[in-house]
Ligand binder design. Structure first.
Ligand code: ZN
Length: 193
């Protein structure tokens, strides 16, 4: 690999940059995949008794597209790159890939909730991987993680309104996990979604 200053700086702090890049590329593809699948979900919900969920999904979908665009520059700063094609990767992306062709709110909610949960876990891992070592990536991952937790909370709230059985973490558990990760590290400006 050609010399890359961004990579060397982070490597000097003890980060396994190849592992970090794999995780960042995987996240970028996951965000793109979520955008794609949320587009499908949104279409499935048209005309169905799912206007409230459709509005949430529309916002989540836009945020995930934004997350993709936030991640890409960091991948290249670290000397990484996105794959030439994403056909296979898009087919292997997390919970949303099992989206039924036709679905109502009770069957869609657990799927989108699981997808949000997967995202929170993935960004938690990224925060752990970079805490104290790569301030830029840490703050990026933390900012996106905050959005993903919000997505999770919004889907959980919908579940709480009786669309399906409650499952997964409670909001209190989620807030606790935020406290465990810690605050953003100051002095690097990361645009919030
Ligand atoms: Zn996202």
């Amino acid at each position: 690999m050609a010399k890359c200053v961004g990579r060397e700086l982070v490597e000097a702090k003890g980060v396994d940059v190849d592992r970090l890049l794999n995780a960042l590329v995987e996240r970028a593809l996951a965000e793109l995949g979520n955008y794609y699948y949320f587009t499908l979900v949104r279409i499935h919900l048209l005309g169905v008794d799912g206007e409230a969920l459709r509005r949430i999904i529309e916002q989540v979908r836009e945020q995930d597209r934004h997350h993709f665009e936030m991640l890409v520059p960091r991948i290249y700063e670290l000397g990484g790159r996105l794959p030439e094609t994403v056909e296979q990767e898009l087919g292997a992306l997390g919970a949303l890939r099992v989206l039924p062709a036709e679905a109502d709110v009770p069957s869609i909610l657990p799927i989108v909730l699981r997808a949000a949960e997967e995202s929170v876990h993935a960004y938690t891992d990224l925060c752990m991987m970079t805490a104290g070592k790569d301030r830029h990536t840490y703050n990026l991952a933390l900012a996106i993680r905050r959005d993903e937790i919000q997505h999770q909370v919004r889907f959980l709230e919908m579940l709480g309104r009786g669309a399906a059985e409650p499952r997964l973490q409670t909001s209190a558990d989620i807030l606790l996990s935020v406290a465990q990760i810690g605050p953003p590290i100051p002095s690097v400006g990361i645009a919030r979604a």
